[in-house]
Write a protein that binds this ligand. Sequence first.
Ligand SMILES: Nc1ncnc2c1ncn2[C@@H]1O[C@H](COP(=O)(O)OP(=O)(O)OP(=O)(O)O)[C@@H](O)[C@H]1O
Ligand SMILES: [Mg+2]
Length: 225
Amino acid sequence: MIELQAVHKNYRMGAGEVHALRGVDLLISAGEFVSIMGPSGSGKSTLMNIIGCLDTPSQGSYRLEDQQVSTLSDDALAGIRNRKIGFVFQSFNLLPRQSAEENVELPLLYAGVERRRRREMARRALERVNLAERGRHRPSELSGGECQRVAIARALVNQPALLLADEPTGNLDQKVGREITGLFASLNRDLGMTVILVTHDPEVASLAPRRVRLLDGLIVADERE
Ligand SMILES: Nc1ncnc2c1ncn2[C@@H]1O[C@H](COP(=O)(O)OP(=O)(O)OP(=O)(O)O)[C@@H](O)[C@H]1O
Ligand SMILES: [Mg+2]
């Protein structure tokens, strides 16, 4: 499903350059659940942004479901994101003035799904994360764990093949973090979604059958159970 070959990413920084990725090769099959660990600055978010088509490599090739995406335009990348990929971030990124349901509906709005069907799909996604009865609440009326569930519902409402999570438990206490990680595991197990999860927490990482480690922009370990 995901095929990265010799991927480099350089960022301009004033006069100099940062080499955030320095030749990453990575193959991930449909239906895998992979965790990514590594010290701060090792390139985890850079890698996730490339996999998620939020950014493109400076060098190297990225194929997603047999489509070469490293050379696509921004518009084409946005289309792929909308159809194939769900994102969850550490900071939830919910719209504060919209209800949980409205937040979950957003990707469907962009995809041009009509209103009745949006409502129905949003409700189903909220049920999937055990938050059906909180649909009318705004983010400020929800706990951190509940906000992250809303963000997960929003990420899966389009039924994307690929779910990406960049430190989704980083703002949550350990118990709630475990529940959220369990939710990712069940989306992988029950719905067959391909899940890639970045974390600093070894316990969270150990729930994934495959664990990748980054160091200074390179993959230094790739373990499977
Ligand atoms: N937009 C950017 N412009 C310039 N440099 C960047 C940019 N994004 C990341 N970097 C640099 O690239 C390197 C890798 O950053 P990245 O955010 O991928 O690390 P990370 O592993 O996600 O770290 P953390 O665990 O702190 O989130 C760092 O040196 C960072 O400063
Ligand atoms: Mg990061």
